[in-house]
Design a binder for this molecule. Structure first.
Ligand SMILES: [Zn+2]
Length: 265
């Protein structure tokens, strides 16, 4: 019997209620607007201490997804500097609520840039950040000069950050939609990532509305996208990490996706 722990990305107002609606032992949410440079905002009315205590009492692990526009790799100072600041602010806020991890996308440099600059910017970001809860770097689906779309780039990021102070608190979040749409063979992706990072801390389990290597980032409910169902289940099984559904819909759809998955793992 599989003891796969399945949760979902949920609305931030009351993550405990959202977990309960899905009988989920873990949930992920944003702290504020994911498209804004404004600092984190905790929507939970009773405050950070209460959220931490309530999550503990309910047996729910909390994960925070950092804003999408954080790009610590970029050579553009006007994005990189606020990105680092925002990352630290979210790190602090995630620690206050007792989060088990903070998920951040790998970011990118422009097509004209040498990707080596991006890898080194990642090293600097790790060194500059006071990492209080595990920082989970996520693979992304698109872009030509992305840091974590393709395995060879993920390897270069890991090479760059592995000597940085705080590296032991850095982990990996594998998104199945992004891996597929990014053009990585799902047959071997878990093994390939582990060979690079040594760890997979969290799975973002999503089907994809788009074809393999399309570069598009559009999540689908299980069985409704373009990923072979058996392969999707295989990746999630092999990753052997807590699962967050980032599939469309609310509690009903997530419950159906969790049931779909449980039948196949
Ligand atoms: Zn994701």
């Amino acid at each position: 019997m599989s003891e796969l722990r399945i949760g979902a990305h949920v609305d931030q107002t009351d993550p405990i209620a959202e977990a309960s609606a899905r009988t989920a032992p873990l949930v992920q949410f944003f702290l504020g607007n994911p498209q804004s440079y404004k600092g984190p905002v905790l929507a939970y009315e009773a405050g950070a201490e209460a959220l931490r205590a309530d999550a503990e009492a309910a047996g729910v692990d909390l994960y925070v997804h950092a804003p999408y526009l954080i790009n610590v790799a970029t050579t553009n100072n006007r994005q990189r500097i606020p990105s680092r600041k925002l990352l630290q602010q979210h790190m602090d806020a995630a620690a206050e609520i007792g989060a088990k991890g903070l998920i951040v996308h790998g970011g990118h440099v422009t097509d004209e840039d040498d990707p080596a600059k991006g890898f080194d910017n990642w090293r600097k970001a790790i060194e500059a950040t006071d990492i209080k809860v595990p920082l989970l770097i996520e693979n992304t689906a698109g872009g030509t000069n992305a840091m974590t779309r393709h395995l060879d780039r993920i390897a270069r990021v890991w090479d760059a950050i592995s000597a940085a102070e705080g590296f032991e608190m850095v982990g990996f979040c594998l998104d199945t939609c992004h891996a597929h749409a990014g053009g990585n063979a799902l047959e071997t992706v878990v093994e390939d990532v582990r060979a690079i990072t040594g760890r997979i801390d969290l799975v973002h389990a999503n089907d994809s509305r788009d074809d393999f290597d399309s570069g598009a980032d559009r999540h689908a409910n299980f069985g409704e996208g373009r990923i072979d169902p058996a392969l999707l289940a295989q990746v999630i099984t092999e990753a052997d990490a807590p699962v967050i559904l980032e599939t469309p819909g609310g509690a009903a759809e997530h419950t159906a996706d969790a049931a779909w998955l449980r039948e196949r793992v």
